[in-house]
Design a protein around this ligand. Sequence first.
Ligand code: UGA
Length: 432
Amino acid sequence: MKLCMIGTGYVGLVSGVCFAELGNDVICVDKDVSKINKLKKSIIPIYEPGLEELIKKNYKAGRLKFSNNLPVSIDKSNIIFICVGTPTKKNKYEADLSQVYAAAKEISKCIKSFKIIINKSTVPVMTGDKVEQIILKKIKKKLFSVVSNPEFLREGEAIRDFIYPDRIVIGTSNKKSNKILKNLYSPLISKGARYINVSRRAAELIKYASNAFLATKITFINELANLCEKLNINVEDVSIGVGSDKRIGGRFLRAGPAYGGSCFPKDTRALVDTAKKSKTSLSVINTVINSNDKRSGLLLNRINYILKNKIKNKNITFLGVTFKANTDDMRESASLKMIPYLNKKGAKIKYYDPTGKKTEFDKFKNVQFKNNIKDACEMSDLIIIHTEWNEFKLIDLKKIVKKRNFIIYDMRNIYSTEKMEKQKIKYFGIGK
Ligand code: UGA
């Protein structure tokens, strides 16, 4: 099939290259000329394991193309995916849909034959209705169909998540579009993905409800971890015990720092905003948002406790600063709250991240990037494991760190308390 992806951000680029890998002809379009020129040279704007190789392979095979020319790309394609950003509006909970509507307007100027227009961007309920209205101003109804097809891929696991999804959600009541899309996704359906055809509005809500539910699960276990710390219980035992009930499920029950990233914080806020506009209360999600916002503060209190309220002049190391492992994404990372706070309290901070230096910390005088674990840790009083990169899991810190009484605060529970005790390392985890 001939596909056009509008927007070469996370969703557009990963979905585009994966569709090409499945044998489709894909044109990825972006307004950003330099981004498209770089992509043509296989210079990838995001960090995602496996993406570069797949782009090179499919570009070379001629199935994947990059372009700045939207009208020509639309003309050559049968299915148009809108994959633009929907960030939170400044100081609000509401999603900013200006890029989605601008894309719809552009599309409406170019349609000459039947096109399926798919919203793959995460958009509030009824955005599909509005996109349809925008296109209807220029184009007859029989020449297009607007469908919602949300994406559920995770950063760092995006390619695997795309090729082996649990489900494919298609929001449309248009039979012709449904048939074409079922065919487009047939290679994934035959591998076990469930194909779910619902109304467009239901598909839009499924995306937000999924992210909100996962954020709730994480917040639930994070709060239980706080209780475990008071009662001397290991939260990991609780996660296994609770998660083994198939009705609950064991995934997304790992306690840690506050959830971050470009999706959960933004989407929980947007869902609450949608509910508010419909005069409905989503009190559970509101509580999740508030609890998550307060979580970095709780972890900082614990650091105060661990360092016996003597943060000034302490050498503190952060291993990993992104919002989770296997990504270079800093958006809403808990480290963005913790490092400035500790810096203000007079700590000397060194950090190492496998994805390199972060400009977010350039303005702080006593925050230094080190490009290897040894340099980041050797003079440390306190080492904070902020993300769970594999390369942190088997480091011999006893060998690396020169300070005799250094402490580890393992915010991802990658080490075992028993092993640490055996090595006589002062160790604190989350919820244990
Ligand atoms: C999330 C969803 O998992 C995807 O299904 C969805 O497609 C995506 O948002 C999106 O809407 O685009 P992502 O933001 O990449 O994916 O990251 P996750 O792996 O879900 O992690 C989110 C946050 O939760 C991270 O800060 C992570 O460290 C935290 N987390 C996750 C935990 O603290 N504990 C867990 O058990 C799992």
